[in-house]
Every structure is written in structure tokens, then in C-alpha cells.
Ligand binder design. Sequence first.
Ligand SMILES: Cc1cc2nc3c(=O)[nH]c(=O)nc-3n(C[C@H](O)[C@H](O)[C@H](O)COP(=O)(O)OP(=O)(O)OC[C@H]3O[C@@H](n4cnc5c(N)ncnc54)[C@H](O)[C@@H]3O)c2cc1C
Ligand code: FES
Ligand code: FES
Length: 470
Amino acid sequence: MNALEFMRRGELVRIEKFAPDTMLLEYLRLTEKSKGTKEGCNEGDCGACTVVLGTPDNGRVRYQAVNACILLLSQIHGKELITVDDLARGGILHPVQQAMVDAHASQCGFCTPGFVMSLFSLAHENRKITRQDVVEQIAGNLCRCTGYRPIIDAGLAACDSADDHWHKAQAEMCTKLRAIQGDLFVGDAHSFFAAPSTSEALADLCATYPEATIVSGCTDVGLWINKQMRAQPKIIYTGAAQDFAQIVDHGDHLSIGAGATYEDAFEAFGKISPDLSGLLRRIGARQVRASGTIGGNIANGSPIGDMPPALIALGATLYLRHGKSERAMKLEDFFIAYGKQDRKPGELVWRIDVPKAKSNQIFNCAKITKRRDDDISAVMGAFLFTIENEKIVAARIAYGGMAGTPKRATKTEAALIGKTPQEAMHIVLDDFEPLSDMRASAEYRSTVANALLHKALMQAAGETDLQVHI
Ligand SMILES: Cc1cc2nc3c(=O)[nH]c(=O)nc-3n(C[C@H](O)[C@H](O)[C@H](O)COP(=O)(O)OP(=O)(O)OC[C@H]3O[C@@H](n4cnc5c(N)ncnc54)[C@H](O)[C@@H]3O)c2cc1C
Ligand code: FES
Ligand code: FES
């Protein structure tokens, strides 16, 4: 297939020529001239640009809110695109819009289109929606003048009434979306957007064009394009290869395809530990979690990415793939130094195997940020203790935000062996020399990292009052 295709307002849109790094928001506002969708931060934080994408899913359409500012136009291939300009029909507001009016939930209105689209997607989740669901849904939408109570009220009222045009047309839309299939390659060898439809084809293409940018959710790459003005003339998108996002439960471990998004991984991670699914809930907001992938979080090598410390503590194995050849390594060995990972050009982060904690193991993890929702970690700590006869016989401890890479605290791990969790409480971390930056001072990081260790030991000791004094 050599043209981008997606469904818009009931019609198939086909685009044969476009710059590979065109963002969806840019296309909407400058080409389509649909200006209801707003540009605020242009980096995925404010939600003013929220639109909804529909994906076929078992005979229905799954609707998800995403940030159009950090999504490539071409990522909507094979999807239905819905924006705020589409909701009112025949001069009658959509129930979500009407609820916003009824609840007096808008003042200046700049943020309102984004809230409406976030709530629109929530209203199509086909489940009973609670106040907490609404709060979580709009955590990635900032409003600085109305105040959130009326918006939450509007959300609760609107989510009772999703029996709209989209709801009724789901089966038909699903059939139309399913008809858009096959490997996509638009452009030529000098400038292209490619979206292979299988993981095998994806691996072959990445090996053929090692200089191309691999894009998964684009939640990091989008910022290179928007904020650093780094042109991306050759893009290979992983998101069309459904088998690249598969999560398989093997009983004692999970195999997670690198293309699995945070939303996709939520349920499976919950089987390992409620702390792990709780951690996923605190990554970005729902728009970011619908796009961002586990593989992208590892591949970007960030010292403050949230997945690596948790998966390192659990003893995860990372699989990399270059063309037909695959290699495996301990996840911690992938991170060589700040900005340097053990990955050659054209090599894909392929899958991650994550062991489940055994009955004599206790896992927990915690993320420390300045605000609860939609914030990047200052420090992230993850702990796995193996306990026999009340003593710690093995420990895996990993931190983010304490060094130039996600890193194990090997000295501290060794110091814990042979002690009961209570006996180990006096141990002080001696593995890191953290830096001060805009997120936290070195002193704060050290203090908080110790507090997290002690909290984990208290949990292992079965203490219920987990107040830690830092
Ligand atoms: C508003 C906002 C909030 C965020 N909050 C958090 C947070 O709380 N915690 C956190 O950890 N991160 C956060 N992030 C960062 C980002 O969302 C995550 O790192 C995400 O997991 C990146 O995945 P992606 O699929 O979007 O990666 P992309 O942007 O597509 O790619 C990131 C990098 O990885 C490479 N890459 C992607 N997939 C592969 C692959 N399979 N193989 C090889 N290379 C690959 C790309 O070439 C690029 O270098 C946030 C980002 C935004 C914009
Ligand atoms: S413009 Fe702020 S999230 Fe897109
Ligand atoms: S209504 Fe003004 S910022 Fe939300």
C-alpha cells in the first residue's frame, strides 16, 4: 500500500504525499482547517489538542483519547479520527458538550475541546463510570480558569448517555476499518513513512534502513520534532504490526511485545503486582498511556523512565532483534551509560520477559514526583526480596533518577543478605552519587531513595503503618 488511509466523518480519506514527520495537529489545523482542536503546550502535557482515535476491536470500535500534537499524521492509518468539530449534529450539541454547558464547565474555553474529547472517549468505554474514572480520565487535561468540579460533574452526567451516532455505527465502522490492511510504504528511499503490518516485516525493514527513525508511540519522538525541530525524513512505525504488541502469559512469566502500550499492559502487569499496575497509572496521563509503549520506554534509555527500574528488580530479560537474528540480555545490561544503550542501528527492542514474583518473594515499587498525576519521576525505586526462614536470602533493588542510567543498588543488595527485614532497617544506601537538577536536589534524591528502601523493608516485615519520616 502506498497511500495513507483513514476514516473521517464516515468517509475514507486517502493521502498519497506528505512529509513523514507531519504531526496530526499540524494537519488538522493547517491542512484540514479544523481549528476546534487547539494547540497549547505542543508537548503532550496540557491536553488542549486531544482527539479520539477509533481502532477495530473484536467487531466493535475501541475509542481512545490521544494528544494530536505528539502523534504523527501517519499513525492514524487504518483508524477512525474524531475531533471536537465533528460532535454536534444538525445544530444539536453532543451529550458531552451539552453536559459541559449544563454544568457551567467552561470559561475561556481554550482547554474545553480537549476535555470534551477526553470525556467523549470515556463515554464510549461501555462500562459503568465512577467519579474516580472521570478524574483519572482528565488528569492530562489542564484547565486554569474553570476549576475541575463542574467539569467532573459534566463528565459523570455525560458518561451515562453514550448512545450516540458513533455507538450505533460501530459495527459498520469496524468493517470499514478492517478493510484498510497491508504493509504501508509512502515515499521513496530518501524520505518515507513505513508501517509494516507484521513484526517479521518490521524487523527486515529496520535492518534494511538502519538510518531510519523507529517510532512506536511517538511520545518522545514527537518532542524531538516539535521542540528540538529535528526533521525525521525516514520513519519506520511499529504500531501497525499487531503481533509486535502481544502480551503472552506463560504462567511463571509474562512475554511483553515491545509495541505493547501502557494501556495494553495494565491488566497483565496487575497480575504481577498491584504496585506495578499502580505505577502504570502514574505514567503520563491516559492520552500518553494510549500511545506510549513499554519498548519505547526502554529503548529511549532515559535515567528517569519508569519501567526499567521495576522490570530490572523483577529480573526481566530483554530480547533484541536485527533482521532475522535475535539476542537476549539482562535488562540492566542494556543501559551502558547516560545516552548510550547496547543497541545497534536498525536493531529493535523486540520483547521483554518478566518473571512473576514467587510465593517467597515480595515485590514493590514507588515513584516520587512533585505532583501525583502526569509527572516525571524525581526518584523511582523497585524492590524484590526473597525471604526464607524470615531472612532475606536474595535482593534485587533498582532505582531511576539516582544515576545516568536506571541502575541496581548491588552493594545494598549484598548488605541485606542474611538479615531479617527488621534487622536490615538500619542499612543506608551506599550505591549512588545522584545529581541535582530541576526535578530534585542530590540531597533530596538520597533521602527519598533511603526512605523508599525502608518502606519496602517495612512492607516485607509485614508492618502495616507505613509512614516513613524523611
Ligand atoms: C506528557 C508526557 C508524560 C510522560 N510521562 C512519563 C512518565 O510518567 N514516565 C515515563 O517513564 N515516561 C514518561 N513519558 C515519556 C514517554 O511517554 C515514554 O518514555 C514512552 O514509553 C516512550 O514510548 P514511545 O512508544 O512513545 O516511544 P517513541 O517516542 O516512539 O520512541 C522513543 C525512542 O525509542 C526508540 N524506539 C521506540 N520503540 C523502539 C523499539 N521497539 N525498538 C527500538 N527502538 C525503539 C525511538 O527510535 C526513540 O529513540 C512522558 C512523555 C510525555 C510526552
Ligand atoms: S498541545 Fe498540549 S498536549 Fe498537545
Ligand atoms: S476554560 Fe479556560 S483554561 Fe479551561
